[in-house]
Ligand binder design. Structure first.
Ligand code: HMG
Ligand code: MG
Length: 297
């Protein structure tokens, strides 16, 4: 299959990135960060999570943050929701796309959302129905799709079974997460081959953390299978407090650089993306996780 002409990048830095920072980021800084990202041409920005503040204190300001966002009508500002309580708050403040999240590993699901996979699917059934009734789009994440920090190898069939259930419940998009950034290109392709037998490929998204430096190779490999939605995080921010050892997501700047080189349209201005990454890195006093930014600055 030839490479797609156009792809959608989902920027997860404000959520996946900031949930894992030990330094607390004031709401005003987050708002300015999202404003910088909103000027880059991104179509989707995952802004925060309507989760328990005991579990993720870094995102405890979800409600104030979302209400104060200076929204651009051409951008979808999405947010994670773990249960009906989170959905109700998200809906109250005007969220138009939610992401629910389960996993292909029982151990990870237990650590992350304190229930079994089956319970999570049952709970999400009512959240998805309520979202559909309110015309709110739903993305369904499957973490540990390519490996688990507690259980190791995950069989692709397990991921396919959960993807089918999420799809049947009404998810609009299924996002397969390599939460610990461990997969190589052949493994990513095998998983996509298996999932796309059940879910139309235009509705499959991939979310690669870059712990082992494989993420760009995995994106290139799965672009060849017709995948057109990829997650990334500016400056390579990211990680999950319940996935020990995992590092950040693939850096958005590096993905855009690669896609520009391949002649694939993203609609994103690389220079502006670098500015957004530099803004948050300065506040966090960290070095950029983007190789492209390091080379160009
Ligand atoms: P629980 O521990 O089972 O307890 O939470 P609970 O349901 O009894 O609630 C405990 C407390 O949290 C209560 O407060 C609730 O009110 C409150 P208390 O009475 O003790 O003061 N609470 C909430 N507060 C705000 N919003 C809510 C909410 N729900 C309960 N929605 C729960 C279960 C799922 C809520 C919890 O375990 C949780 O919030 N987990 C979220 C963990 C998380 O956000 N992980 C990171 C995101 S996943 C990820 O990063 C992977 C991804 O990037 C993909 C990949 O990389 O593969 C997406
Ligand atoms: Mg993640």
């Amino acid at each position: 299959m030839s490479l797609p002409e156009k792809i959608k990048l989902v920027e997860v830095g404000p959520r996946d990135g900031l949930q894992n920072e030990s330094r607390s980021v004031p709401t005003a800084i987050k708002l300015e960060f999202i404003k910088c990202l909103s000027q880059t041409g991104l179509q989707v920005i995952e802004t925060t999570s309507f989760v328990s503040k005991k579990k993720i204190p870094q995102l405890a300001d979800h409600k104030e943050l979302f209400q104060a966002l200076d929204k651009n009508n051409n951008i979808t500002y999405s947010a994670l929701v773990p249960n009906m309580q989170g959905f109700i708050t998200a809906k109250q403040v005007g969220v138009t796309e939610i992401a629910i999240f389960t996993a292909a590993s029982e151990s990870f699901t237990g650590h992350n959302i304190n229930c079994s996979i089956a319970q999570s699917l049952q709970n999400y059934g009512s959240v998805i129905s309520a979202a559909k009734a309110a015309h709110i789009r739903v993305r369904g994440y499957i973490s540990c799709s390519l490996g688990c920090p507690y259980e190791g190898h995950i069989a692709p069939q397990k991921v396919v079974d959960i993807a089918e259930k999420l799809w049947a419940l009404g998810c609009d998009e299924i996002c397969l997460g390599d939460t610990i950034g461990i997969a190589t290109a052949n493994e990513a392709q095998l998983l996509v081959d298996a999932v796309k037998k059940k879910i139309p490929r235009e509705h499959i998204a991939l979310h690669f953390h870059d712990t082992y430096g494989q993420a760009l190779a995995n994106i290139y490999a799965t672009l060849q299978q017709g995948i057109t939605i990829f997650d990334c995080s500016v400056s390579g921010l990211g990680g999950c407090p319940y996935a020990p050892g995992a590092t950040g997501n693939v850096a958005s700047e590096d993905v855009v650089y690669m896609l520009n080189g391949l002649g694939i349209e993203t609609g994103i201005d690389l220079d502006k993306l670098i500015v957004a990454g530099q803004y948050i890195d300065k506040f966090l006093q960290r070095n950029t996780g983007s190789k492209v930014t390091r080379a160009l600055r």
